[in-house]
Design a protein around this ligand. Structure first.
Ligand code: ADP
Ligand code: MG
Ligand code: MG
Length: 511
């Protein structure tokens, strides 16, 4: 597809901009406007929405790579469910990250406190997203995906992603066939994308699996959110999908992380049911079956000890957490590094231990998505990584990552050596050093804030998975692969966060 997407005329650009923008606004492919775009005084009631940045065309993505990601997702779900059940392994991970990362240490403290009194809820919900980029090595073998990271908390954009697939499908039947260098309808291979419905059905399954309310109050789901969330409509699509269920009926409420103690309490008695009293409904109390966290993944949500008490309060409750603290820690980059570290005598295959029931072909399919990731400790591999990270030339092929989520935290290439110098050596083990994946160049046009940006782009594929397991019985009762995300950024940008303003929404045409 060398001539795809085709060159378009200025008037075609204007037309596609108009059509895409209106479709996005009409279908909730939207975010709240950034403060820089709309001054607060112009929108005091926060009634405005703006179209999310999107590509004008679906980006070409190798079919084999897409299928590779889809094929390994259930094994990845199982892997992370199993890691979440391995407290001993996670304790070792926390220890290796070390006391220099207060956030991870505090999370672990909360887990230990709940463990001491005993967990009352053993079921856990994972809404996961495994992120990849296409890797093409010089050997001449075909393209492969390599994992960027695995998300176990607040894996976002599922709500907007199925909408983006719909937008491109719409354009492919209405607009693309009419441009001067037309794209015929059947020349595009647009995979179906059920990300919204799929993620919602994961929450629904957990809601059912919680069982009957035992406090006499009706059950509900809580979306635990951040104040001033700009990416609210992504979450809203999931809420609406859940609320469209008629059997069972699922009441859904949004609760800001900062208001947990104000509106929830633990029921008297040993069951520790979490009770939620919506501030707008004086006569109603609900028993919370599922807490879906779209907050709480970074230090910003924990400004003081009270916020940590709030997390403890949720963790010790009977609500099914998405995620529990153990699952959140399973999603650290440190775990990803340990998994990717090649099998040695000191590291008997971690993968095999967690996926003992899987075939060797599943194990090798999963392992083939790993790229080189090194610790920055004083092990042999760590010392080698320290040499790379200190060298302005060698470090050019790497990215340095702290144990953080949400974008904007990484250090790239030549910025690594001076950065590390500024960090006390005792804190280095809280970082991992990862080889940069350099996907083949793709062209596309990004529509951002009404303006077009043309040129080389880099695509990151995310595959969603939902999983419900029992920590105690060590059984998995639900395991699904549910849709995908394609995020695209200009090839001059290191980070790809859509909400952070670097990336944009996209969908795949498989080639
Ligand atoms: P976060 O949890 O903050 O999203 P990521 O590990 O996903 O952290 O890194 C953020 C972004 O940095 C990714 O979306 C990707 O654009 C870029 N990135 C991270 N790791 C790599 C890598 N190994 N190769 C190329 N780009 C990477
Ligand atoms: Mg992440
Ligand atoms: Mg990421």
């Amino acid at each position: 597809m060398a001539d795809y997407p085709p060159e378009i005329t200025a008037s075609e650009e204007a037309r596609l901009t108009e059509v895409a923008k209106d479709w996005a606004l009409a279908h909730g492919l939207t975010v709240r406007p950034p403060p820089a775009v709309i001054a607060a005084e112009a929108d005091p009631q926060s009634i405005l929405a703006t179209a999310v940045p999107v590509t004008l065309f679906p980006s070409p993505f190798p079919k084999v790579c897409f299928e590779q990601g889809v094929a390994v997702q259930k094994a990845y779900n199982q892997l992370y469910a199993s890691i979440s059940q391995d407290e001993e392994f996670l304790a070792r991970i926390v220890k290796e990250i070390g006391g220099s990362d207060d956030f991870i240490s505090e999370l672990w403290e909360v887990h230990l406190r709940v463990k001491e009194e005993g967990y009352v809820q053993h079921k856990s919900l994972g809404l996961f997203r495994s992120d990849y980029m296409v890797h093409q090595d010089a050997s001449g073998s075909g393209p492969q995906i390599k994992q960027v990271e695995f998300n176990t908390i607040a894996s976002s954009f599922g709500g907007l992603s199925s909408q983006t697939s719909q937008l491109h499908k719409y354009l492919s039947s209405t607009e693309y066939p009419l441009i001067e260098k037309p794209i015929s309808r059947d020349s595009l291979n647009l995979p179906p994308n059920n990300s919204t419905a799929g993620l919602a059905s994961g929450i629904q399954e957990a809601f059912i699996s919680y069982g009957a309310s035992s406090t006499g109050h009706g059950k509900c789901v809580i979306f635990l959110v951040q104040d001033g969330e700009r990416n609210i409509f992504d979450q809203k699509h999931l809420e609406y999908s859940l609320q469209s269920s008629t059997d069972p009926i699922i009441p859904v409420f949004r609760l800001p992380f900062s208001e947990i103690q104000q509106h929830t309490r633990i029921a008297d008695g040993a069951g520790r049911q979490l009770l939620y009293k919506p501030p707008h409904l004086r006569a109603h109390t609900f028993e919370v079956a599922v807490i879906y966290m779209r907050s709480g993944y970074g230090p910003g949500d924990y400004p003081d000890a009270r916020a940590w008490e709030a997390r403890y309060h949720l963790e010790r409750s009977a609500a099914i957490k998405c995620p529990s603290i153990l699952t959140q820690i399973a999603g650290t980059k440190k775990v990803q590094q340990v998994l990717a570290t090649p099998e040695t005598s000191s590291n008997p295959s971690t993968l095999g231990r967690y996926l003992s029931s899987s075939s060797s072909s599943t194990l090798s399919a999963l392992a083939s998505t790993f790229t080189n990731i090194f610790p920055l400790d004083t092990s042999e591999a760590g010392l080698k990584a320290r040499q790379i990270a200190a060298d302005p030339e060698l470090s050019k092929g790497y990215v340095l990552k702290p144990q953080r989520e949400g974008g904007g935290n990484n250090i790239y290439r030549a910025a690594i050596p001076p950065f590390l110098k500024s960090v006390p050596e005792a804190h280095w083990p809280s970082y991992i050093l990862m080889e940069l994946i350099t996907p083949p160049a793709v062209r596309n046009t990004i529509l951002r804030n009404g303006k077009l940006e043309q040129g080389g782009v880099i695509c990151e594929l995310g595959i969603y998975g939902t999983c419900i397991w029992d920590q105690q019985a060590k059984t998995i009762s639900h395991n699904e692969q549910v849709g995908y995300l394609l995020r695209t950024k200009g090839d001059q940008s290191e980070e790809g966060g859509v909400a952070a303003g670097f990336g944009c929404m996209d969908s795949c045409t498989l080639v």
